[in-house]
Design a protein around this ligand. Structure first.
Ligand code: UDP
Ligand code: MG
Length: 190
């Protein structure tokens, strides 16, 4: 069973590429950001909690995110491979994910980390903000999201590197070029 983590800063292309990878390899695409936005849209108990964090560009607390993710993954068919998009975002979440996988007798196959220059990330997100309708896709919030990424999320790289699951990918170029690089990395561990 193939289980992939697509990792990288905001605007690095995780969502775009995650959908393509899910389709090609028959994986369930699990974007925690999308799950959170669904909670907000449908006005759930979790939705009211998480909205404030997202609007400020901060991370939703580990316990909340893990509970939402857990209940989603539990509903997938047994043996269904997954691509995790935008999760884990802290070392603690990384540890929780490994525990969750072990409970399901599953493993992470690879983490692919999309590397994109900072100014390009900002440009992409500000452009996306014009059509996405996302409350956090603007120049001010993006600075915060990038700072949070550097401080809290990036340390998870070492966690996965130590497990020999880490693969850096050049995230510059056309969507198809980047997709090709990702597929080469995934095919190598499949
Ligand atoms: N978020 C979070 N934990 C997650 C996923 C998302 O706290 O596991 C929050 C966080 O506030 C983040 C926002 O949701 O800034 C948007 O996340 P998403 O992954 O959609 O953004 P991306 O990084 O793909 O641009
Ligand atoms: Mg995304």
């Amino acid at each position: 069973m193939l289980n992939v983590i697509i990792f990288g800063p905001p605007g690095s292309g995780k969502g775009t590429q995650g959908v393509k990878i899910a389709e090609k390899y028959g994986l369930a695409h699990v974007s925690t950001g999308d799950l959170l936005r669904k909670e907000i849209e449908t006005n759930t108990h979790f939705g009211t909690i998480v909205k404030g964090y997202i609007d400020k560009g901060e991370l939703v607390p580990d316990a909340t995110i893990i509970e939402i993710l857990d209940s989603y993954v539990d509903k997938l068919p047994v043996g269904q491979g997954i691509i995790f998009d935008g999760f884990p975002r802290t070392v603690e979440q990384a540890q929780s994910l490994m525990n969750m996988m072990a409970e399901h007798n599953a493993q992470i196959s690879i983490l692919v980390d999309l590397e994109v220059e900072r100014q390009e990330l900002i440009d992409r997100i500000v452009l996306r903000g014009k059509t996405s309708g996302r409350s956090d896709d603007n120049a001010e919030t993006v600075e915060k999201r990038l700072a949070v990424y550097d401080e809290k999320t990036k340390p998870a790289v070492d966690f996965f590197d130590n497990l020999k699951l880490y693969k850096k990918i050049d995230g510059n170029g056309t969507i198809d070029e980047i997709f090709g690089r990702l597929c080469d990395a995934i095919d190598a561990v499949k």
